[in-house]
Structure formats: structure tokens, C-alpha cells
Write a protein of this length. Structure first.
Length: 462
């Protein structure tokens, strides 16, 4: 099949690369020429500057120029296309609704080019972006408005999780395809031929609106489950003495009906999707007069969770932030990615700066560079207080406290780093419960404050 992928971000680039691995002829298109140049080079360091996913650069290196091509000129690649995948940004508006400005602009460009094509073969426009229920219909109207002939629209939401995107794209748990016409189902069956009739992959054919709804329900369900553990499980561990949160989790999730995924309490879930998708579903449900209390609670618990350890440090560990130096470890929203979008670390660092700290010494194995764009001193002079380090050890040295904000595996060895780098009194704020041997730290005079447990200081050993 000849496939065009519009938008080469996390979703589009991974989809394009994996489709090219399966022998489709894939043309990935983006209006950001810098990205197109970087990806066409096939060089890992250039690709990973934009999208850093394990295994991705390797596939691109193998397939670029053979099955995978990059372009910023849609007209030059349109002839003969069977499917055009829209993998465009759909950020939130201030009121929570989905902003379709990028999506509509790309759809208009595609419609204009399609109207002028010569081949006349059936082409299906496939939504991979997360878009409100009814957007496939809206897309259909845009394309029709340009008198395009022989086209269909489909919804094929993306469920990948960053950090494992390539593995998941190669072997998803499900492929959801929503179409109106048999001809379009057939085209998508050929695109996904390796997944159709697979013993372990659910290939689900439905209406475009159902496919759009599946994505929102799935994402808000995941966030609600995370918020349940943070808003209920963690709070029990923090407020009832002698309750061990890890044992609580094990005991509860021993039931096959209750997921282990999402039961690890934390300083909130970040990333580009959960927050905006729940806000969008709240908006969509309110617009049809449905109560959204449950979704609002999930959202609020998650936001509160991002910074409440800092408040607890003041009230429970008597820590004073003013003029102190704090290390923050783990900037990206999770391990194995450099994606800073909606990362919990942003709220943590902003909160620390608001409390008057003198310096924030930060470290992330992949995201130091992308963080510099987020904490741009020309936007906020306080960001000048942020210093970037190449190792956790260097960030921790000469600090008064550390905040662990992501789940990078290397942080599991942090107790030794802390012992070697800084003497007590010293406060460890563990937003991810990453330090298994925290009791040894407390025995040596350090204070330890984690999500899901009461504060542990040398004076208040538990
Ligand atoms: N990132 C994820 O983990 C994830 C997972 C599932 C679904 N999604 C959804 O997929 C969509 C894309 O997400 P993403 O993370 O890949 O976004 P992204 O911002 O990383 O990538 C979007 C790309 O679209 C390009 N673009 C913007 N306007 C364009 C235009 N007019 N023509 C061509 N290209 C254009 C941008 O330059 C960018 O490269 C969103 O709706 C998101 O909610 C994302």
C-alpha cells in the first residue's frame, strides 16, 4: 500500500517507521522542514533530538530511502496514495475543549491537494490524532468542501505509550478501525494485514464515532485508575500509621480483576495525553448535559498529586525551602523518553521557585535539552535559577534536598549516591517510591518523605 503520514511527531513517526518495516511504501509529511531534514538523514542523533523512542532510529536507518520517505511537499507525494494518516497535534483550549486549528489546517491542505490529483483511486483519510467524537464527520465535510472525489474517512485511534511506542506499534493489544464504507474497511485491512486475524491482537471494526469514543474512554479510565490509587491508596498509607502501601497494593492487585498497572502511587501522571484528553471528554459530556463529577475528581487528584509532596515537606518534615538548593531528578514525564509535555517535574520546579529556593539543580538522562525549551529564562526570569547536570550525583552535590520526579531505573541506586554526595541533615522527597533501601538512609540521619507513607525523619522513625 502507498501510505502518507501527515505529522511526524511521536505518533506519526512511529507509525510511519513501523508501516515501512512491514513493506508498505510510506511517505511521512510534516510542515516542519527541520524535522523532515533530520529524519531523512537516518542518523540517530538527529532523529532523537525530536523523537527519542527505543528502537525507532534503528528502523528509520534501515528503511529510509527504500520503503520510507520524508517530504514537506504533499503535492509531490499524493498520487497513488491508498491511505493518509492524520497524526496532528490536538492541544487543549483553555476551557478544556480540543483545539482543532492544526488539524483543520492540515485537512484543508490535504483536501486542496487531493482535489487536484490525477489518479482518481479511492483514498481513505484516517484519523490517528485523538479528536472529539464526531471529528471524522467534520473531516468529511472539509474534504467534501473541496469537491474531492472517491474518498472515505476513518477513525483509527492510537494507543501507544511513549517509551515503549515501537514495541507496541509492532504488536499492539488492539487495532480499532471506524469506517462508514466497506471499501475503506478493506483498505485498512490491507494496511494492517499483519494484525487482522492475529491470535492475540484484537482487530475491532466499528463506526468512526465509536472508535473516537474508545480512545477517550480508555485514556480517562487509565487516569482515573491512577488517581484512585493516588487519591485513596496513597492517602491511607500517609495518614494511618503502620499501613504499608506496597503491601496494600500487592494485596489488592492479587485479585485478577484489579490491574497492577497504575497501582504504583506517584506524584501524578504527566504526558501530553491524559490531562488534555480528560479535559476534552469533560467538555464533550458537559455539552450534552451529562454530569462529569467523576472525571473532574480524577483530573483534580492528579494535578494536586504533582506538588503535594512539597507542601508535606513543610508541614511534616519542617523543611524550609527559602534560599535553599534543591536537586530535581527525572524531568521527562516518565523514563525512556525526552518528552517534557505536561511532565510532573514542571509543576514541581515551578512550585519550588515559588517557594523562593536559591537554585534548582536538575538531571534527566534524556530530557535535559528538551527541558531547556520548557524552562526558557526569556519567558520567566526565575528559570535562570535552574542548572542542568550530566549525572544524578552532580545534581545532588551541594544541595539541601532532592525531589525524585520520574521513574528512571538508575534512581533505584540513589541512596548510595546521596550518602556519598551530601551529609545529613538532608531531605529526600521521593515522588515515585524509587528508593528501595530508604530505611538505611534514615538510619544514617537523612529524612525521607515518599508518596504513600508518613514522613520519616531521624526524630520520627517508623
Ligand atoms: N504522544 C503520545 O503518546 C500519543 C499517544 C496516543 C495518541 N496521541 C495523539 O496523537 C496526536 C499526535 O500526537 P503527537 O504526540 O504525535 O504530537 P506531536 O506534536 O509530537 O506531533 C505532531 C506533528 O504534526 C506536525 N504538524 C502540525 N501541523 C501540521 C500540518 N498542518 N501539516 C503537517 N504536519 C503538521 C507537527 O510539526 C508535529 O511534527 C494527538 O492528537 C495526540 O493526542 C499521542
Amino acid at each position: 500500500m502507498k501510505i502518507i503520514v501527515a505529522g511526524t511527531g511521536y505518533v506519526g513517526l512511529v507509525h510511519a517507521a513501523v508501516c515501512s518495516e512491514y513493506g508498505h511504501e510510506v511517505y511521512a509529511y510534516d510542515n516542519d522542514i527541520n524535522k523532515i531534514n533530520a529524519f531523512s538523514s537516518g542518523q540517530a542523533e538527529k532523529i532523537e533530538q525530536y523523537v527519542n523512542e527505543p528502537g525507532l532510529a534503528g528502523i528509520i536507518k534501515e528503511t529510509v530511502g527504500k520503503y520510507l520517505f520524508f517530504s514537506s511537499d504533499l503535492k509531490a507525494i499524493i498520487e497513488g496514495a491508498d491511505a493518509i494518516f492524520l497524526c496532528l497535534p490536538t492541544p487543549p483550549n483553555l476551557n478544556g475543549s480540543t483545539n482543532l486549528v492544526f488539524y483543520d489546517a492540515a485537512a484543508e491542505d490535504i483536501a486542496q491537494v487531493l482535489a487536484e490529483r490525477k489518479d482518481g483511486r479511492r483514498v481513505v483519510l484516517v484519523n490517528k490524532s485523538t479528536v472529539p467524537i464526531g471529528t471524522a464527520r467534520h473531516l468529511q465535510e472539509i474534504i467534501k468542501g473541496h469537491n474531492v472525489e472517491n474518498f472515505g474517512v476513518a477513525s483509527n485511534p492510537e494507543f501507544l505509550a511513549e517509551g515503549t511506542a515501537v514495541t507496541q506499534a509492532r504488536k499492539p493489544d488492539r487495532v480499532v478501525v471506524g469506517c462508514d464504507h466497506e471499501a475503506d474497511f478493506k483498505i485498512l485491512c490491507r494496511v494492517y494485514s499483519q494484525f487482522v486475524n492475529h491470535v492475540r491482537i484484537k482487530y475491532i471494526e466499528t463506526t468512526p464515532e465509536t472508535a473516537e469514543a474508545i480512545k477517550y474512554v480508555a485514556n480517562t479510565m487509565l487516569l482515573t485508575y491512577i488517581s484512585f490509587w493516588n487519591g485513596v491508596g496513597a492517602k491511607i498509607g500517609e495518614n494511618f500509621s503502620n499501613v504499608r502501601i506496597d503491601d496494600l497494593r500487592l494485596g489488592v492487585t492479587a485479585d485478577d480483576r484489579i490491574s497492577t498497572w497504575g497501582s504504583f502511587v506517584s506524584n501524578g501522571a504527566g504526558g501530553s495525553c491524559f490531562g488534555k484528553d480528560i479535559a476534552s471528554l469533560i467538555y464533550q459530556l458537559r455539552s450534552v448535559n451529562v454530569s462529569t463529577k467523576m472525571l473532574e475528581a480524577s483530573y483534580e487528584v492528579n494535578e494536586y498529586q504533582k506538588v503535594y509532596l512539597i507542601e508535606r515537606a513543610i508541614t511534616e518534615a519542617a523543611f524550609k525551602f527559602n534560599n535553599r538548593t534543591i536537586a530535581v531528578l527525572g524531568l521527562a514525564f516518565k523514563k525512556h523518553t525526552n518528552d517534557m509535555r505536561d511532565a510532573s517535574s514542571i509543576k514541581v520546579i515551578e512550585s519550588l521557585l515559588g517557594k523562593g529556593v536559591a537554585r534548582v539543580k536538575v538531571y534527566d538522562p534524556l530530557a535535559n535539552e528538551s527541558a531547556k525549551h520548557v524552562f526558557d529564562p526569556s519567558q520567566n526570569i526565575l528559570f535562570e535559577k535552574i542548572e542542568y547536570y550530566e549525572t544524578a550525583r552532580k545534581a545532588v552535590e551541594e544541595s539541601d534536598a532532592v525531589f525524585v520526579s520520574s521513574d528512571c531505573e538508575e534512581f533505584r541506586g540513589l541512596s548510595r549516591t546521596i550518602e556519598e554526595a551530601v551529609p545529613p541533615p538532608y531531605l529526600v522527597m521521593d515522588g515515585r517510591r524509587m528508593i528501595p533501601d530508604f530505611e538505611e538512609l534514615i538510619a544514617k540521619g537523612y529524612s525521607y518523605l515518599a508518596v504513600g507513607a508518613v514522613a520519616m525523619t531521624p526524630e520520627n522513625k517508623v
